[in-house]
Design a protein. Structure first.
Length: 536
């Protein structure tokens, strides 16, 4: 015991003899900052990837432009098409998800019997890679890929989601559908069903729950607002406008709110709207909206090549409730939609997924979205699926494709795939003459600035300014290492700086200098583990 006390005493004496200066440590500059509402001022707090669909984070653009980018269609489309005896027509309305738990792509798609009014079947297919599909024989008795949907007359326009936050395994999969329970138009309604496996479905006992919609009803879980949201048709009576509803329990839904209606943008091509397939994406919401042009049984002319054809436009929201049309130069504010402009050209430039070349490509007639309740991202690409048909919308009545006696020829229809660079909806671009984009005052937490940009053959540099617009020492454009390659995750660095933690938790502006490059977005991130020992 005396020995242990002696050792302990020696240790204490030794520590006390260490010079005070040797023990002192100073925290790296900028590690600790004050932040309150006065310091924040009117700066916005940003988290996650910041896109340039609208001008929310943009204060000024000089010598740069916005550009809506179209997904690139897969070269071996269609990836799924009608090839079984029981697939009388279609595919029609459909849903595709990537099930991360099972590492499997899953597709539900509709087919119908044109000889029997309101006779629809829901079919099922799976894929390991999203391109090569297998039609699972889930109906063991009939040996078809038809699922056991609720036995309700005229069930159609199914929108399906896998509900990851549902505690009841029997309701893991959810569906909204429309139907005619007594077989007559007076019973038209929209209701819900659930399933444990996506194959065997049971209708909720309460019918109906939503005013009827005669196009696909598309539900998804809005994690940001902790509720279910569905996009569907306006009405009844049903009109070609886009509406939205929401629910806490998937059974009790709000009244419809119209989020897209016809404006001057839609007059030149006589555009109306079929279904819209929505999805949440980071801080944003997007929808693939069917733009149906010039409903007519007349032949297509050179003057109006869009007659009786459908392509896809993009709609966009920051809050999930108020939505904007997206054109060539990004989101179009509602106040702009009824001003005098060249709306014909704006409408032509607003196409996100176009129909193909007439009489030459499999999807030349109409293009409609396959609903993906969560974005499908593969190898830094967003995958969009769509239904394409090599015929006009009203081909059965207009004779295009021509009728055959006694039955009309079925058009070739299939499900196609189109791919978009992750975050690549709208880019900020400059040519040989360099330009700049300056943000509004913003505040972030983090030590790293990541940008999604293609600067191959050009340059992109970033500088930081204080809230008053003065360049921050050490973070000038001349201090920034130029970005000259293509990546969705460039890390911005400045000379002599291990990171950009000196910029965090203070109001700043970012100025992007762009030359022969495309900027898609930026994101503050936390990469480093900031651990400090004792300090003065």
């Amino acid at each position: 015991m005396c020995f242990r006390l002696t050792c302990l005493s020696s240790l204490v004496i030794g520590l006390c003899c260490v010079p005070v200066q040797a023990q002192a440590r100073k925290a790296p500059p900028g590690t600790f900052k004050d932040l309150n509402d006065e310091i924040l001022g009117d700066a916005m707090i940003v988290r996650g990837m910041q896109l340039f669909i609208d001008d929310h984070v943009i204060a000024e653009m000089k010598g740069v432009r916005k550009q809506l980018n179209q997904p690139v269609k897969y070269g071996k489309n269609p990836v799924l098409k009608r090839d079984k005896p029981w697939e009388a027509s279609g595919p029609g309305y459909g849903t595709i998800i990537y099930d991360a738990e099972e590492k499997l792509f899953k597709a539900w798609y509709e087919t119908w019997n044109q000889d029997e009014e309101s006779s629809f079947s829901l079919l099922y297919a799976t894929s390991l890679n999203g391109v090569d599909w297998r039609k699972e024989l889930v109906d063991k008795e009939k040996r078809t890929n038809q699922v056991a949907d609720p036995k309700i007359h005229g069930i159609q326009a199914e929108g399906i989601m896998k509900d990851h936050h549902e505690v009841d395994p029997a309701k893991r999969y959810k569906m909204l559908f429309s139907c005619l329970p007594d077989g007559t138009p007076k019973s038209l309604m929209t209701s819900a069903a659930y399933s444990a496996d996506g194959i065997h479905w049971k209708a909720y006992p309460k019918l109906p729950i939503i005013p009827f919609s005669d196009t696909q009803v598309c539900p998804f879980w809005d994690a940001r607002h902790q509720r279910y949201v569905a996009i569907l048709r306006f009405g009844p009576p049903n009109t070609r406008l886009v509406s939205r509803i929401e629910s806490k329990d998937f059974l009790t839904w709000s009244p419809k709110v119209t989020i897209v209606r016809k404006t001057r943008m839609d007059v030149p091509l006589n555009t109306q709207f079929y279904q819209t397939a929505p999805f949440a994406y980071g801080n944003y919401y997007f929808g693939l909206m069917v733009a149906y042009h010039n409903a007519s049984l007349k032949p297509i002319t050179k003057e109006a090549p869009w007659t009786d054809r459908k392509n896809l436009h993009l709609i966009y929201s920051r809050n999930g409730l108020t939505w904007s049309r997206v054109g060539k130069n990004g989101a179009i504010p509602a106040r702009e939609l009824n001003k005098d402009k060249d709306w014909k050209q704006i409408a032509l430039d607003a196409v996100f997924v176009p129909y193909g070349k007439r009489d030459k490509q499999w999807d030349w007639g109409t293009v409609s979205p396959i609903f993906t309740p969560e974005p499908i991202i593969v190898n830094d690409e967003i995958w969009f699926y769509y239904v394409g048909i090599d015929a006009k919308n009203w081909w059965t009545w207009s004779g295009d494709p021509p009728k055959r006696d006694p039955n009309p020829k079925q058009p070739n229809a299939g499900i196609g795939l189109a791919k978009l660079r992750v975050d690549g909806f709208v880019s900020i671009e400059a040519g040989s003459d360099a330009g700049t984009l300056t943000t509004r005052p913003l505040v972030f937490l983090g030590d790293t600035l990541v940008v999604n940009a293609n600067a191959k053959g050009g340059t992109l540099v970033v500088e930081a300014l204080d809230a008053k617009g003065k360049v921050i020492s050490g973070f000038a454009a001349s201090d920034c290492k130029p970005i000259t390659t293509d990546s969705v995750r460039h890390i911005v660095t400045w000379k002599g700086k291990p990171d950009c933690h000196l910029l965090q938790a203070r109001p700043i502006r970012l100025r992007f200098h762009i030359k022969k490059a495309k900027l898609y977005g930026f994101e503050p991130k936390i990469r480093r583990n900031i651990y400090l020992q004792s300090y003065d």
